[in-house]
Design a protein around this ligand. Sequence first.
Ligand code: ADP
Ligand code: ASP
Ligand code: MG
Length: 406
Amino acid sequence: MSLIVQKYGGTSVGSVERIQAVAERVAREHAAGHQLVVVVSAMSGETDRLLGLAKAIQNPPSPRELDSVLSTGEQVTIGLLAMALEARGVPARSYTGAQVRILTDSAFNKARIEAIDAAPIASDLAAGKVVVVAGFQGVDKDGNITTLGRGGSDTTGVALAAALKADECQIYTDVDGVYTTDPRIVPEARRLDRITYEEMLEMASLGAKVLQIRSVEFASKYQVTLRVLSSFKDGAGTLITTEENIMEAALISGVTLNRDEAKLTVLGVPDRPGIASAILGPVADANIEVDMIVQNVAADGSADFTFTVHRNDFDRAFAILETSAATLKARQVTGDRKIVKVSLVGVGMRSHAGIASRAFRVLADEGINIKMISTSEIKISVVVDDKYGELAVRALHAEFGLAGEA
Ligand code: ADP
Ligand code: ASP
Ligand code: MG
């Protein structure tokens, strides 16, 4: 008998029929003698609909009140799934994040889980019940409802698996595993049997939204056995695991596309110590995260300073730079929202030279201009015009032989 946490995403609970199908799967596992905790997302499109309602009333919405609205999506699906289980004779109980005390900090809309009280869930499980928990939500120490950021149900699933010391956390979604790239962009993409936590974390951070970043961080930290599977068809899915469990690391595991960033440039600042901190200090003070940074110095001694931020933060970052431009003695501030970031990820890069030059040549052959570059031990990222994003993904995917059978 094992203890399994299963998480079902929005499409997997998107209709009454889909909820019945999930209940069937859960009932099967329960009949096989497993203890089950099931985490569900809101029905697909529901969180966006709720966000739209909130924005129609107040824009930007008050963070605390927004969480009270957004968390209702998951409250519907837990109740419906518990009913579907009961209707099949499977004892089940549904709980909201606050009811099971998924304790978070008070950062509304992007709260982090701090603690989970596993005891009440464990006693339900011991009594033979299936425990159905609302994903994406928690409660802070003052009793306020919080949410964990988009895609946060993945993190609820993994955090529960860690707290309950589950044997496995299974993420059921609309694809049958983690692919070499988003199969919606490259239909020939290949499913990976296994991928390391480290690579999955890079892929999630660089735009592969199949798993929320925080869920992979949790899984890696608490060594949760994590598997991505399809709720529509049977299969082994993709196992996310440690490097030791992977016989031979692939050179490149995947290619990602991130459409969520925008680029800002401060032109013609004096090239002197402290300039980077003078530009980025006020941006950081406004709680805006900066991703890639590039500085070029011209022959006349002036510098151009470019960086990327989340598109949602673009307007605020631009306003901050315009305010500081005079003190910085900058010539001009410019911005570009129409960019995307394309990345290659693979632990095999550590031991192989020449991957970057091969990637740059492929992009050149396609006539794609690279605007920014950043690298780490296991990834190479480039910023290009958004209209070339998918072309760049396809070209890199083909160049590194990622298509076809495993
Ligand atoms: P859910 O609602 O189940 O949480 P998501 O939409 O959040 O599902 O995540 C699944 C989607 O992630 C897939 O439909 C796919 O388009 C996208 N995706 C992006 N990159 C990848 C990848 N490398 N492998 C698999 N799916 C990916
Ligand atoms: N329903 C939330 C969202 O759409 C959380 C999730 O699906 O993981 O972002
Ligand atoms: Mg998701």
